[in-house]
Design a protein around this ligand. Structure first.
Ligand SMILES: O=P(O)(O)OC[C@H]1O[C@H](O[C@H]2O[C@H](CO)[C@@H](O)[C@H](O)[C@H]2O)[C@H](O)[C@@H](O)[C@@H]1O
Length: 248
């Protein structure tokens, strides 16, 4: 595995910045609702957006509505549901169609969760997820069920950290980054993407292909990223230093 250096402090000069949320900007928690955006993080994103003339966006597996609630009507672009929806800064919201099969999938997942203490079902507009962080021994069964449900409905199986999701196909975080880069605000900028999960790899690849770079957050692994930071804490620290260097 190649050793990746930390990103240089001036990496964001003339860049468009794309940020994953869970595991990148906030620590992973016991369940999806247990995370919050504190004053430090809200102020940091505001400062970044200001210094980069609005070239900042979140690209998350969470739905747009979830990111919107966490940041309180953000003025930056948000791509949610793994690239299947985009909320633009002017309030325009584009979203894929929700297939009827998701309702049946939620019912089947809830039956499994009722029978398996500690498993949680997360209902999303364009997907449904089984979380087994509190009961890791349920991993194999959760994946078997999700794989079957996805195959039966012709939907996409999305793995994540201690979770597995059945979702609408047709997009990923790479397509999200490319879509956002086509907006006038981002045009001509160098994309920089920060993310921690396997689901972030398509965005690392897209950033590199468009002349920019990815930054892997967390332990070293095979990745298309060019740089690495150890943790959420070091990511926030680096972003704060990079913001200051943009002011210089
Ligand atoms: O793309 P992201 O912004 O990183 O979102 C990925 C998923 O994040 C959430 O799940 C993860 O975070 C939870 C809270 O820390 C944690 O309990 C869970 O185990 C993680 O998988 C979110 O709930 C999902 O919808 C996102 O797809």
């Amino acid at each position: 595995m190649t050793h990746l250096p930390p990103p240089p402090a001036d990496l964001l000069r003339d860049a468009a910045l794309f940020l994953d949320f869970d595991g990148t900007l906030v620590e992973l928690a016991e369940h999806p609702e247990a995370v919050a955006v504190d004053a430090r993080l809200a102020a940091l994103i505001d400062r970044l957006s200001d210094r980069l003339d609005g070239r900042v966006a979140i690209i998350s597996g969470r739905p747009v509505s979830g990111i919107r609630a966490l940041f309180g009507d953000p003025h930056f672009a948000v791509s949610g549901s793994h690239g299947l929806e985009v909320l633009w800064p002017d309030g325009t919201h584009t979203r894929a169609e929700r297939p009827a099969a998701l309702d049946r999938i939620v019912v089947a997942m809830k039956a499994f969760a009722t029978a398996t203490r500690g498993v949680l079902v997360e209902e999303k507009p364009l997907g449904a997820a089984l979380h087994y962080r509190a009961v890791p021994e349920a991993e194999a069964q959760a994946h078997d069920l999700a794989r079957q449900l996805a195959a039966d409905a012709g939907l996409h199986l999305q793995t994540g950290k201690m979770m597995v999701e059945v979702r609408v196909p047709g997009a990923d975080k790479g397509t999200a980054l490319r879509t956002l880069m086509q907006s006038p605000a981002m045009a001509g900028a160098r994309p920089v993407f920060l993310g921690d999960d396997d689901t972030d790899e398509p965005a690392m690849v897209a950033a590199r292909a468009l002349g920019g770079a990815g930054v892997l957050i967390g332990a070293a692994r095979e990745t298309a990223a060019a740089y690495r930071l150890d943790s959420v804490a070091s990511t926030l620290h680096w972003l704060e230093a990079a913001t200051e260097s943009l002011a210089a």
